[in-house]
Design a protein around this ligand. Structure first.
Ligand SMILES: [Zn+2]
Length: 136
């Protein structure tokens, strides 16, 4: 499955970005639209109805037919991460809007995360962008 990096329109200002993707709920709903363009589909059996409940921070989608559970992050570049989607979205925004690239140090400062986390996040996003280019 493709990693579906979220794409932001060119020239989106930071205040506009924050008003559209500033909360975890907004990011979840944007990711849901990318993952299930025509509504939920069970990855196990293809059924189109589910129950949504939360475990910890993340919403879980349980198929009404086979009870398979999935999350928005499964199969995306956010899958193994404990960082909130807001952090990921802001990182993608900063990386894709920067003309001359963004260093891990800048991401660390802007996102308020450790240098190591910033470095990992940057490399995952860049790899996802490259893979997407290659798919075209
Ligand atoms: Zn199912």
């Amino acid at each position: 499955m493709s990693i579906n990096p979220i794409q932001f329109q060119r020239g989106l200002s930071l205040p506009d970005f924050l008003s559209q993707y500033g909360t975890e709920a907004q990011c979840e709903s944007a990711l849901e639209k990318v993952r299930w363009r025509d509504g939920f589909r069970c990855p196990q059996c293809g059924h189109d109805h589910c129950t949504v409940f939360r475990r910890g921070q993340q919403p879980l989608y349980q198929c009404s037919a086979c009870h398979h559970q999935t999350s928005l992050r499964v199969g995306t570049l956010f899958q193994a991460s404990k960082l909130p989607l807001t952090t990921w979205f802001l990182a993608i925004y900063l990386i894709t809007q920067a003309k001359n690239g963004v260093s891990a140090l800048e991401l660390m400062r802007s996102l308020g995360i450790s240098w190591r986390a910033a470095w990992r996040l940057k490399h995952k996003i860049l790899r996802a962008m490259l893979e997407q280019e290659a798919d075209r």
